[in-house]
Design a protein around this ligand. Structure first.
Ligand code: ADP
Ligand code: MG
Length: 421
């Protein structure tokens, strides 16, 4: 396949109905189509999927897509099948398939029908699959959520560590495309090293979210009352409130309800039926507020979330960025309010105490960063972007005035006193 023969815009329109590429998509896709090892760092919602889906659809052979979550894979496969008349164009290969289904998948791959094969990393370790795939024409291998490779990421999966080895067994010269929304330089380095693609062409989009307003307030024993006041001032708007524990989620949801706020709880301890009902109520705007643990949010795409409140400070800047990032997806207002007390940091440290030492050290280092963020008196946006290895101009950068420290500057000592409860 030669690039000069392909009109990427036309292919974009044909398969996805979009008339424009988003951000760096066109450059990324060009690199993938050329068969380069390619590394893509783009914030959530940046349009990473298309960066491998479009090349897969126009390439000869099958692209293998490694993704950590079965639910996300299913969504993507359904979406791809919706845009192509060929039913077998995309498949999921995982442990839920029976023998007949596996045979069908293999047949479609062998016949060149299947352009995208989604697999969980643990399925890829199956001897039988590896033996089969190495006899097939593989266009490239995409690793979505590639930060799962790194212990410095927020979602480390040991199975991801094995990928390099398996890829080598499937074929020597398969181009690799790694994609992540994790911007920390450490994680990126880990990804490239682990996959053995330090030569990869790298594309990194800005992580600045200029429409988000960042605010950190000291957490006192009146935090629930503070939250109620904030939510009432923002009546009718959609918001998410994150709490560390399931118990606190339940309590706070109830407190909000008692105070006339339409809120529901969401955490992994609730029955699946209840969880999806509460999620739907939020998406359909039957209720304004979801009080949730971090179990809520992955893959949720509600464009007009107007505020994200952290009742408890998250365990890393990355988690904080991901969670606050669910506000203002539509480009409109998004208020990110975090309550911070050093006591909560001690609590988080204690949670880690049973873990292996290496993990504790990483956890501790990540916590120190979030402490520094919470206590800083400089531009929060600059702080976050610096953490992600990005320069931000405090004078002229987009969204420069959108945080409490910039709007209401205070002396460092003052800030420190306030947070030491
Ligand atoms: P990411 O994986 O980076 O979080 P997704 O691949 O899920 O992002 O894409 C986010 C949204 O952007 C999806 O709804 C997708 O359909 C949309 N999108 C992607 N590319 C384009 C484009 N070129 N034009 C318009 N919408 C796009
Ligand atoms: Mg994605």
């Amino acid at each position: 396949m030669s690039l000069t023969e392909i009109d990427l815009h036309q292919q974009l329109k044909k398969y996805f109905g979009f008339s424009q590429f988003k951000g760096l998509q066109e450059e990324v896709i060009t690199s993938v189509v050329k068969g380069n090892n390619t590394f893509v760092v783009m914030p959530t919602g940046g349009g990473k999927s298309l960066c491998y889906q479009l090349p897969a659809l126009i390439a000869d052979g099958t692209a293998i897509v490694v993704s950590p979550l079965i639910a996300l894979m299913k969504n993507q496969v359904d979406a791809i099948r919706g845009i192509s008349s060929e039913h077998g164009v995309a498949h999921v290969l995982n442990s839920s398939l029976n023998k007949t289904e596996v045979r069908q998948v293999k047949e479609d791959i062998s016949n060149g029908i299947t352009k995208l094969l989604y697999v969980a990393p643990e399925s890829l370790t199956k001897e039988d699959y590896v033996d089969f795939l190495k006899t097939q024409k593989i266009s490239f291998l995409a690793i979505d959520e590639a930060h799962c490779i790194s212990e410095w990421g927020h979602d480390f999966r040991p199975e991801y560590r094995n990928l390099r080895n398996i890829i080598g067994r499937i074929g020597d010269n398969i181009p690799i495309v790694a994609l992540t929304a994790t911007a920390t330089p450490k994680v990126q380095e880990d990804i490239l090293k682990n996959l053995g693609i330090t030569d990869a062409t790298t594309f990194k989009a800005s992580f600045n979210r200029p429409n988000l307003y960042y605010e950190v307030r000291p957490k006192t024993k009146n935090v629930d009352a503070d939250i109620i006041r904030f939510v009432k001032q923002n009546e009718g708007k959609s918001g998410i409130i994150y709490c560390l524990s399931r118990k606190k989620v339940e309590e706070l949801a109830q407190t909000l309800q008692v105070n006339g706020i339409s809120a529901v709880p969401y955490h992994a301890g609730l029955e699946a039926k209840t969880r999806s009902r509460h999620q739907d109520m939020f998406l359909m705007e039957d209720i304004d507020v979801v009080v949730a643990t971090i179990a809520f949010g992955m893959g949720i795409d509600k464009p007009d979330v107007r505020f994200v409140i952290h009742h408890d400070i998250p365990k890393s800047i990355e988690s904080y960025y991901q969670e606050t990032g669910r506000a203002g997806r539509d480009g409109g207002e998004g208020h990110c309010l975090a309550f911070y007390s050093y006591k909560d940091i001690e609590k988080l440290e204690k949670f880690m105490s049973g873990k292996p030492v290496a993990e504790q050290e990483i956890g501790h280092a990540l916590l120190q960063e979030i402490v520094a963020y919470a206590e800083t008196s400089v531009s929060r946006r600059k702080f976050i972007l610096h953490y992600f290895g990005e320069d931000f101009d405090q004078e002229t950068g987009e969204g420069a005035s959108m945080d409490d420290n910039v709007r209401h500057p205070k002396k460092k000592t003052e800030a420190r006193e306030e947070v030491e409860l």
